[in-house]
Design a protein around this ligand. Structure first.
Ligand SMILES: Nc1ncnc2c1ncn2[C@@H]1O[C@H](COP(=O)(O)OP(=O)(O)O)[C@@H](O)[C@H]1O
Ligand SMILES: [Mg+2]
Length: 291
């Protein structure tokens, strides 16, 4: 209990520090996919760490309700005592279930196999998403790692996001499901901001082919412009790092996958640089972050 209280005090200290800084807006980035097992959690976890290494205050929330595994990929062992299930049951609020992850990131873990989380009702979902407000002044970036496919929960997390990262692999089933996801997202919000990451590619030509296909179809049939955020090479070290329960960006910083993550981070940051020039939101990122 004592360390929980200290955690809260630290959060309050951070909050006070932040309140004197000039209105920097927290970005919520939801990571999703049509098909399961395409690499969302690995991408969200390693990308979070990558931004944290650049001095950003980053939170990753494991919102794969029912099948959460961010804590495994992050190597947070044993898992934190309190997680999202305690927030949804009303026992804790979001601030109280924030745990420490690698490289300074903060993590809200999910709960494995808790059916009530997987089937949140509309009212509960709305309240839950509204409670994110309490996090906005504490972080520069919040990554939400979702489950695959079209559920009301996932669509709500997409709705809550400033941008969405859609992950696919070159497999035809994954591409078709990614397109299904784009269709559902744009039906809900025609201005949804989607960035595409093609994971597990053999080479850049393959990655380009897949992203061209998805980007062109989305533009032609839905009039939606999708940003190409980048690719991640098929890399045995990703699987190895999952087995070792340590993010590859930390354990294998020179791996092909780690270098791809850096490219994606730069692309994401570059996109923001363009859009928020006056606010200078991401310009700080490449000037060493916050002091
Ligand atoms: N770039 C990659 N190269 C090799 N294997 C990968 C790669 N990305 C993901 N994997 C494999 O796919 C598995 C599922 O990844 P994960 O991030 O958990 O997917 P999701 O969150 O979409 O279900 C990983 O445990 C790893 O074995
Ligand atoms: Mg996952």
């Amino acid at each position: 209990m004592a360390d929980q209280a200290e955690k809260l005090r630290e959060l309050v200290r951070q909050k006070q520090q932040i309140s004197v800084q000039d209105g920097v807006k927290c970005k919520i980035i939801t990571v999703t996919s049509g098909k399961g097992g395409v690499g969302k959690t690995n991408l969200a976890s390693n990308l979070s760490i990558s931004f944290s290494m650049m001095g950003q205050r980053v939170l990753i929330m494991d919102a794969d309700l029912g099948l959460s595994n961010v804590n495994i990929i992050m190597g947070i062992i044993p898992p934190p005592k309190y997680n999202l299930s305690h927030v949804l049951s009303g026992e804790k609020d979001l601030l109280e279930v924030i745990a420490h992850g690698p490289c300074g990131i903060r993590v809200i873990t999910g709960a494995v196999g808790v059916p009530k989380m997987a089937n949140m009702g509309t009212k509960k979902r709305k309240e839950f998403i509204e409670s994110f407000d309490s996090l906005l002044s504490l972080f520069d970036l919040i990554f939400i790692d979702t489950s695959a496919g079209l559920s009301e929960n996932v669509l709500a997390f997409i709705d809550a996001a400033d941008e969405v990262i859609l992950v696919t692999t070159p497999e035809p089933t994954s591409i078709t499901d990614a397109y299904g996801m784009i269709k559902a997202m744009s039906a809900k919000n025609e201005n949804v901001k989607v960035g595409l990451v093609v994971n597990r590619i053999k080479n850049i030509i393959e990655g380009k082919k897949v992203s061209d296909k998805i980007v062109n179809i989305a533009e032609q049939f839905l009039g939606l412009k999708i940003e190409r955020l980048g690719y991640i090479m098929e890399d045995a070290l990703v699987r190895k790092s999952v087995y070792e329960q340590s993010p590859f960006l930390v354990t294998y910083p020179d791996s092909k996958a780690a270098s791809c993550i850096s490219h994606i981070r730069n692309k994401l940051a570059g996109m923001e640089e363009e859009k928020h020039k006056e606010k200078g939101f991401f310009s700080r990122l490449f000037q060493g972050g916050r002091s």
